[in-house]
Design a protein around this ligand. Structure first.
Ligand code: TRP
Length: 433
């Protein structure tokens, strides 16, 4: 075949896939969604879903990439030319996700520099809202973050994506473990652990199950062709199932550790665990300012967040980048340059939607919220839904011997054809309400 890149080894593939999965979704979003949905009971439902239902589309997406050895549009097209347009939805989703994901990346850069310089802020809430409302500064931050991700992707699989993941992922794990220890040593930390691990069954409801499902899909990076593209670089992996287990277990471990890092600290200072998106940018800095060596802890925390966001940001860009390279027959550097400008064009209005453009509303939402809403609630689940149906009904994946155990393969097939599509439909319908 042509000169498509491939992974250097199975290890680099797994580390990179884990890098894609472990991102802001685990460290920023997971704790606050958990905080808003009742703590331990949410965690229990989440673990149940991630080890059953989510396993299916994850294997599916990687497998379709591995089978077709093409980027998204080509992969769908080679299953049937009719599906080409469904394939094209994937890189489009990626570009839209990039345009708001990278804004948060920009905020992280600000907090890193803040932790380096000084940490004397009077009111954390107004500091954060001022930051996101300052037009030029926040746009520059977004563009810096975008540039870093694009730069890594432009260097290619071996010298860019693999290298960065091989360095940042172990670093991320080390910092996380250190911060967990710090947090557990704060006074009254056991209250946080209780909140995380002692379920209150009265909080169990359908809405919360869907929130857990949405979170699981987002954190595993399902539904925009990132994994399909990563799968297409696999040379031969006899045990895709084993790799998927490793990815799921690692991703869940990172999310739980992020919770153990955050909740004991929050309870130790008698703060609210359900403060939403500001948990990491408002509540935590307030805690850092009150603990010994807070500056260093703060710096480490935001470096942790930065590493997680970079390795995921890379995966968001690699999908559309591969599509441009293979469909338009252009070089990787050219593809990345085009993507930089396209994403910037969307990301700048989204960044400004916290301040200058805050009165522009689409469906009653700011530009940032709207982009988040149509991708997380509609496009990601819809893409995953299409791919499950295509694999289950059209590709007849049942005959493809992905899983050696016949009964498990039977369950997998049922999941692909019925269970996951129904779950995704519920997610879409409830999400659109
Ligand atoms: N999984 C990443 C996170 O948890 C985000 C992400 C990266 C993503 N690539 C994706 C989400 C593809 C959906 C689709 O932060």
């Amino acid at each position: 075949m042509d000169n498509r890149p491939t992974w250097t080894s199975r290890y680099t593939f797994i580390v990179t896939a884990i890098g894609s999965a472990v991102g802001l979704g685990n460290i920023w979003r997971f704790p606050y969604v958990m905080g808003q949905n009742g703590g331990a009971i949410f965690l229990a439902v989440y673990i149940l879903l991630i080890s059953t239902i989510c396993f299916i589309p994850l294997i599916n997406e990687l497998y379709v990439g591995k089978l077709t050895k093409k980027e998204c549009i080509g992969a769908y097209e080679s299953i049937n030319p009719k599906f080409k347009f469904l394939g094209a939805l994937n890189p489009i989703t990626g570009i839209i996700i990039a345009s708001f994901y990278f804004i948060v990346g920009g905020w992280i850069i600000n907090y890193i520099s803040k932790s380096c310089i000084s940490y004397q802020i009077q009111d954390y809430e107004s500091y954060f809202s001022e930051l996101i409302q300052t037009p030029v500064y926040s746009c520059v931050l977004t563009l810096i973050f975008l540039f870093i991700c694009i730069f890594v992707v432009a260097r290619g699989i071996k010298n860019g994506i693999e290298k960065v993941n091989k360095i940042l992922m172990p670093l991320l794990a080390l910092i996380l473990l250190f911060l967990v220890i710090v947090s557990l040593n704060l006074p009254n930390s056991e209250k946080g652990l209780e909140y995380m691990f002692k379920p209150d069954f009265s909080k169990l409801n359908f809405q919360m199950v869907l929130a857990a499902l949405g979170q699981a899909f987002f954190t595993l990076s399902i539904g925009m062709g990132a994994l399909l593209t990563y799968g297409s670089y696999i040379k031969e992996d006899k045990s895709l199932v084993k790799s998927v287990y490793t990815i799921i277990i690692s991703d869940t471990a990172f999310a739980i550790l992020a919770g153990i890092m955050i909740f004991p600290a929050v309870f130790s200072f008698n703060l609210e665990p359900n403060s939403g998106a500001g948990l990491v940018f408002v509540t935590l800095p307030r805690i850092f300012s009150q603990i010994p060596c807070g500056n260093i802890v703060s710096l480490l925390f935001f470096i942790l967040l930065f590493c997680a966001a970079i390795t995921s940001g890379i995966s968001i860009i690699e999908g559309p980048c591969a599509t441009l390279i293979e469909r338009c027959k252009i070089s990787r550097v050219k593809a990345c340059t085009i993507l930089f400008f396209v994403i910037a064009l969307l990301a700048i209005p989204a960044t400004l939607s916290f301040g200058t453009l805050s009165n522009i509303k689409i469906l009653d939402k700011s530009i940032f919220d709207f982009l988040d809403f149509i991708t997380s609630n509609l496009m990601l689940p819809l893409n995953a839904l299409f791919l499950c149906l295509i694999s289950g009904w059209y590709l007849k994946i049942k005959s493809h011997n992905i899983i050696s155990n016949k009964f498990v393969m039977f369950l997998f097939d049922i999941g692909l054809k019925f269970v996951v599509p129904i779950a995704l439909l519920c997610l879409i319908i409830m999400g659109l309400k």
